[in-house]
Ligand binder design. Structure first.
Ligand SMILES: [Mg+2]
Length: 173
């Protein structure tokens, strides 16, 4: 069950203590797109996305967006936010993100993945062996496949809560 448990859990990407991540040695942030940066109805980054990424770049972070969505959905975020991107990643499968990491010259202990899906983002990051940060989903509106996964996630979260491993809404750093 530990494969589902994130290292850090916060309400949203703006509440994450990025300076604390820096002091932990994290230098490379891999962000999920859908329901992490924006809702699925938004096709461009929000102003607050831009402001956050500007601040993170000033901190010295390398940033990449890694999404299971197709290129046409992800590319505008790469262009507007001026960060690397990987599309059709098939998270929780690790191969596409792992290849990107291998070519990045960062160590696993220098990388964090941030996303709203325990089954995709957290499992992917924990399998690779990088720091995992879960945030709550921006919106209840989801793509059909994500909706199915969310039902499974709720069942897993119930088991995790029974074992006192994770409780939705109980944030920790
Ligand atoms: Mg997502």
């Amino acid at each position: 069950m530990e494969i589902y448990v994130p290292d850090i859990y916060q309400e949203n990407i703006y509440k994450i203590d990025y300076e604390a991540l820096l002091s932990r040695g994290i230098k490379f942030l891999i962000f999920d797109l859908d329901n992490t940066l924006v809702s699925i109805n938004e096709s461009l980054p929000r102003e607050d996305n831009k402001n956050l990424f500007k601040k993170l770049k000033e901190f010295g972070f390398k940033i990449c967006i890694a999404s299971n969505s197709i290129k046409a959905r992800v590319k505008p975020f790469h262009e507007e936010l001026k960060v690397d991107y990987i599309y059709s990643t098939k998270k929780p499968h690790i191969s596409k993100i792992n290849n990107f990491i291998i070519n990045s010259n960062f160590g696993l202990d220098e990388i964090a993945i941030i996303g709203d899906s325990m089954l995709d983002d957290v499992v992917c990051g924990n399998t690779i062996g990088i720091t995992t940060i879960l945030v709550d989903q921006i919106s209840k509106i989801e793509f059909p496949l994500a909706r199915i996964k969310r039902i499974k996630e709720h069942k897993i979260q119930k088991k995790l809560r029974d074992k006192d491993l994770f409780t939705k809404g109980r944030y920790y750093v």
